[in-house]
Design a protein around this ligand. Structure first.
Ligand code: EPU
Length: 352
């Protein structure tokens, strides 16, 4: 575990071409004409200078939420800023800071090991700490926003490091201010978490309730292990089968749309939202349309979770997006509901 203050002196940022096939969890064959690794905050001003020479800037964390084209002309930045430290112990929370390049699951494991509980429901999510706020990762009843304290981010165009609060990040379901910014506008440098004291288990999610049954008081480690087991049973390991987790967001619809659908389809899975609307289980909608386990070209639908699209071998971004479009069409035709893709689909020309 590194302390930020003891980071080694930085190396020069020298762009070179790089194969990204193993750096995106879908395992799409991709190559960047220019790639740099950011390992120290002192490199950020140089990065801004460099960015001006390319048609765009693609910030790559764990590559777990990206659909990459075969050839990328934008400057690709691999974020390798590391370090995890306790920065404050308050009466109501541990405040922990982690470098954006830390692997998310390793960070969660470190927190659980050290008794800083609160992130255990988010175990085994692929990707990095820096990518986590972008889509406000969430699983098993907890979202990053619930445990967020603040973050530091470099504004590439304005050449400055900015501190952002939760309100400024505008977190919503799988959404944040960063999803609406121009690509490459921000580079998240480090994230601070407030892990609550006293800790309380979050066991609302049906899978967890089923797992623990009558066990009255699971510990954070019990929940961590349960979440790992549940995820391993349902979701493909990207190291074995290329995938980007849930490919679509769960759509949120009005109560009247949900009621009408429920009359027609009594098995419809939906969850009430605080604002009176309902979140529909996209996996259920896709499954009902018969897509589970199906394949189109070199892209497929996972056989245990229809919300996950998989690379069946040598899939390209086009294969994945063709399958996604076919699923969207079927779900819209049957349920009149639009499914919105969740990963970032990179196109050089869309870059800033
Ligand atoms: N379902 C089906 N068939 C399927 C898949 C799901 O009928 O093929 C039904 C399930 O039986 C269940 C419901 O749909 O009743 C919801 O399924 P699940 O509990 O697996 O969760 P999800 O809504 O599909 C979301 C997140 C996951 C997260 C889980 C657990 C999104 C887009 N996905 O999936 O996040 O792990 O809940 O909290 O919100 C991710 O974002 O990459 C991700 C994996």
């Amino acid at each position: 575990m590194t302390d930020f203050s003891q980071s080694p002196p930085h190396a020069p940022l020298t762009p070179s071409d790089r194969d990204l096939t193993t750096l995106n969890t879908l395992g799409l064959s991709a190559r960047a004409q220019a790639c740099v690794t950011l390992s120290h905050v002192d490199q950020l001003p140089t990065l801004t200078d460099l960015a001006l020479q390319y048609p765009g800037l693609l910030v790559l964390g764990g590559g777990s939420n990206m659909v990459l084209p075969a050839w990328i002309q934008s400057l690709v930045v691999r974020v390798a800023l590391t370090g995890v430290r306790l920065i404050e112990e308050r009466s109501d929370a541990w405040i922990i800071e982690a470098g954006a390049g830390e692997n998310w699951h390793d960070f969660v494991t470190t927190c659980v090991d050290r008794g800083w509980s609160g992130l255990e429901n988010l175990a085994l999510i692929p990707g990095t700490v820096g990518a986590a706020p972008v889509q406000n990762i969430g699983a098993y009843g907890v979202e990053l926003a619930d445990r967020f304290s603040g973050l530091s981010a470099w504004h590439v165009g304005q050449r400055r490091l900015v501190q952002m609060t939760s309100a400024e990040c505008r977190f919503a379901y799988r959404d944040s201010v960063f999803k609406h910014a121009a690509p490459g506008e921000w580079i998240i440098v480090s994230v601070r978490f407030a892990l609550p004291k006293p800790w309380r288990p979050v066991l609302d999610y049906p899978d967890l309730r089923r797992y623990f049954g009558d066990l009255a008081a699971p510990t954070a480690r019990d929940i961590y292990q349960a979440v790992c087991e549940i995820r391993r049973a349902k979701l493909p390991d990207p190291a074995v089968v290329g995938n980007a987790g849930s490919f679509f967001k769960n759509p949120i619809v009005s109560a009247s749309v949900r009621d009408t659908l429920l009359q027609q389809y009594p098995g419809l899975v939906s969850y009430p939202q605080p604002d009176g609307r309902y979140k529909l289980a996209a996996g259920w909608l896709i499954d009902q349309c018969g897509w589970k386990g199906k394949q189109l070209g070199a892209a497929g639908v996972h056989d245990r979770q229809a919300l996950v699209l998989v690379n069946k071998g040598a899939a390209t971004a086009d294969d994945i997006m063709t399958l996604a479009a076919a699923i969207q069409r079927d779900v819209a035709a049957r349920y009149q509901v639009h499914l919105e893709p969740e990963p970032v689909v990179w196109r050089d020309h869309s870059a800033a």
